[in-house]
Ligand binder design. Structure first.
Ligand code: ADP
Ligand code: MG
Length: 710
């Protein structure tokens, strides 16, 4: 049966092999064994139940906690040509009944339901009438009170399974489960714990880094500017910060959405949609955002502030790079945020959980201060296992020089002592050090201090950056009164006394996560256009990995298109032609790009490419008076490929006559439209003409009349 499963993977999903753990989990399910599957986010858990669902007779039930997630999953399945539906509270009564009827007649391979359905007697009765080979419990940690998202209705699942006339196979899936939570899941669903498939917690495509003592807003803006085309999430700890960042980014021209619990449902949905549909590139949000977001092409997640524990951090940061492409997870650390989190814990926790929460917060702070591999600290936190250094994270790749700044530290610290501890904030301290003549400095006679102007060769901004850095090194502490004031820590005193030295590294340079590739941008537009038409998020049409693969292989026939990762039969039929056309057009306009991309990547097998003189062969057939469609059929090429061949022939001065391509009645109409559109763009010209006149005809006309086309 596993052979059958592999065929399904190729045929429906267009993937050539199973990933680590997938094959074992699927094999186990196909053998009818109840199984627990723990794989990191983006590891590919869905396929572990979707493929058995296709192989089995009957309807697989998937229990999933989130409405938005269900919809995306079902949309994705429908795109693959696998019949599926969901039933949850977002449907009207009659929609629900209709789907129930269809389910009864066996029309779906998968039926997604919210756990709350199990509280309805009617629904339980329906389930008994279905032929259910498999029950998949997604996000299974929701079963456990020890998990981070406990959902009481998850505890009804076992009773539901027990009430079915024939016990189906059960597969529980989760990304985050400590040993205790795993035990809970297995006990609650009656799964033998030995029957677990666990893959490591490591995410090999993510690079983690922690940035300390740098201007955060500046870092953020630089980063976003450098990665303007890529989607990213910025997490902040409070609603106020979200709103502030949103305004700042918007003002600097970023296409940004925002999300927090202060907005009503409709507003939140709208903002979320914008981001999912690639209409905005950046989402600024509190931790209220992201549960159930399956968007696979998120290239970075930046935590503007410290999250409350490692569980939240890894879950939020883990939303980057679900598609497996390299992605960045950056935490911008400032010690003040520890206070913010303490305050939030103080507000929300019950007394008995408080010390546990504070302990978890401390471990989060420790993560920010570790100098060894960050991915390894994360894995160790979750599994107590040691992995080798990842070689990708900020600490593994840090090659910055350290500069001794002990003298600067001493000047700043002694200035604070002289101004009086816990009296002033960093701005005025910096003003004193730079010798500012501001009204406040003069009024308070701070210009009389011996430390006044000791750093006058520096700007106030540079000095406040220094102060921030010393705060991050815990030489200086912040007292949070009506406004924050500074004082000196134990470690700071040692520095003042000359017992300790202070080293500072150069600022971390922002990096570009993905290289810009004009063909990729082109294909991204095509994907977006299709997604809008089909009313699904772009990543449901194709993942970034598929588009990248298209850039590398530059497929120009159906056969070549099928070799792209993520292209199965259904997607070939639905979108092949459109993408091949876009690629061919691109190559016609950028002939130097042809074959260029393939050189860069030796990891991907070179597909069978059309011979360089393929257009000459087309030319021969054309001269034998075959039509474009006939040539395409005969040569098993896309129509658009044949068209591009003929364009190439014309450009190379061969005898391809407009009259053989454009029906007479359109010639003058095309001329007229060109004059009316009055520009070099094809689209406005096309829009003025009847549908039968193709882009190809317009291009041929323009070429024949020696006009430039774009
Ligand atoms: P999870 O639920 O574990 O977070 P998903 O099931 O959403 O992960 O899968 C993440 C991404 O990986 C999806 O885009 C999916 O299509 C892709 N994927 C899964 N299995 C494979 C595979 N065998 N080969 C290539 N891509 C895969
Ligand atoms: Mg999942």
């Amino acid at each position: 049966m596993i052979q059958r499963a592999k065929e399904m993977l190729e045929q429906y999903y267009g993937y050539s092999s199973f990933r680590l753990g997938q094959e074992r989990a699927i094999q186990s399910v196909l053998n009818g064994e109840d199984t627990l599957c723990v794989m990191p986010t983006g590891g590919g858990k869905s396929i572990c139940y979707q493929i058995p669902a296709v192989v089995f007779e009957g309807t697989t039930i998937v229990i999933s906690p989130l409405i938005s997630l269900m919809k995306d999953q079902v949309d994705s399945l429908l795109q693959l040509g696998i019949p599926a539906a969901f039933i949850n509270s977002s449907l009207t009564g009659s929609e629900t009944r209709e789907r129930i009827e269809k389910a009864k007649s066996g029309e779906y391979k998968l039926l997604y339901i919210a756990p709350e359905r199990l509280e309805s007697y009617d629904f339980m009765t329906l389930l008994k009438e279905l032929d259910i080979p498999l029950i998949a419990v997604d996000e299974a940690h929701c079963i456990s009170q020890w998990g981070h998202d406990f959902r009481p209705s998850y505890q009804r699942i076992q009773r539901m399974i027990g009430s079915l006339p024939k016990r189906p196979t059960v597969l529980a899936l989760t990304a985050t489960a400590t040993p205790k939570v795993r035990q809970d899941i297995c006990r609650s669903l009656d799964i033998d714990e030995n029957n677990s498939v666990l893959t490591g917690f490591e995410r090999e495509n993510l690079s983690f880094s922690v940035i300390k003592g740098q201007d955060r807003v500046k870092f953020l803006k630089d980063f976003i500017k450098k990665n303007g085309n890529e989607a990213g999430i910025i997490y902040a700890a409070t609603r106020k910060t979200v709103d502030k960042l949103y305004e700042q980014l918007k003002k600097s021209g970023v296409n940004v959405s925002r999300y927090h619990a202060g907005y009503d449902e409709a507003e939140r949905m709208e903002q979320q949609e914008q981001f999912l549909q690639d209409q905005s590139t950046v989402m600024v949000a509190t931790n209220a955002f992201g549960m159930g977001i399956d968007k696979s092409n998120i290239r970075y997640v930046i935590h503007f502030q410290l999250p409350k524990n490692m569980e939240s951090y890894y879950q939020e940061a883990g939303r980057a790079g679900r598609d497996g492409l390299p992605s960045e997870c950056i935490l911008l650390y400032s010690p003040q945020d520890v206070q913010v989190q303490r305050f939030l814990i103080d507000q929300s926790s019950e007394a008995d959980r408080m010390s546990q929460e504070l302990q978890k917060l401390q471990l989060m702070v420790d993560y920010c201060h570790t100098e060894s591999c960050l991915q390894r600290s994360i894995v160790r936190y979750f599994s107590n296992e040691d992995t080798p250094p990842c070689g990708r994270c900020g600490n593994c790749t840090d090659s910055r020089e350290s500069i001794d700044v002990t003298r600067e530290a001493q000047i700043v610290l002694s200035c604070i002592v002289r101004m009086g501890q816990k009296r002033f904030g960093k701005t005025i301290i910096a003003q004193v050090l730079t010798g500012s003549k501001s009204k406040k400095v003069l009024e308070l006679r701070l210009n009389k201090l011996p430390t006044y102007g000791l750093m006058k060769e520096k700007s106030t901004k540079e000095v406040t950056d220094f102060i921030e850095f010393f705060i991050s090194q815990e030489l200086i502490a912040v007292e949070h009164g009506t406004f924050p004031t500074l004082y000196i820590n134990e470690k700071g005193k040692d520095v003042l006394l000359g017992k300790e030295t202070v080293k500072r590294k150069e600022a971390v340079q922002t990096k570009q996560v993905a290289v810009n590739d004009p063909l990729f941008e082109e294909l991204r537009m095509v994907r977006k256009e299709i997604a809008e038409r089909e009313n699904v998020p772009p990543f449901v049409i194709f993942a970034d990995t598929a588009l990248k693969d298209m850039c590398v292989k530059q497929p120009q026939s159906r056969e070549e298109f099928l070799t792209i990762t993520g292209v199965g039969q259904n997607k070939l039929e639905k979108y092949g032609e459109r993408f091949i056309e876009a690629i061919t057009d691109y190559l016609v306009q950028n002939p130097e790009q042809k074959d260029e991309a393939i050189k860069g990547s030796d990891s991907i097998e070179k597909p069978k490419k059309a011979t360089p003189n393929s257009h000459l062969e087309t030319y021969t057939f054309f001269k034998e008076e075959m039509s474009v469609e006939e040539i395409a059929e005969h040569r098993d090429l896309a129509v658009s490929t044949v068209e591009s061949h003929l364009i190439q022939c014309m450009q190379e001065g061969m005898d391809v006559q407009m009259e053989d391509i454009i029906p007479d009645e359109y010639v003058s109409e095309i001329e007229h439209a060109i004059q009316q559109a009055n520009g070099e763009k094809l689209k406005p010209i096309k829009e003025l003409l009847p549908d039968e006149v193709s882009y190809f005809m317009i291009k041929v006309y323009l070429l024949q009349n020696e006009r430039q086309v774009t």
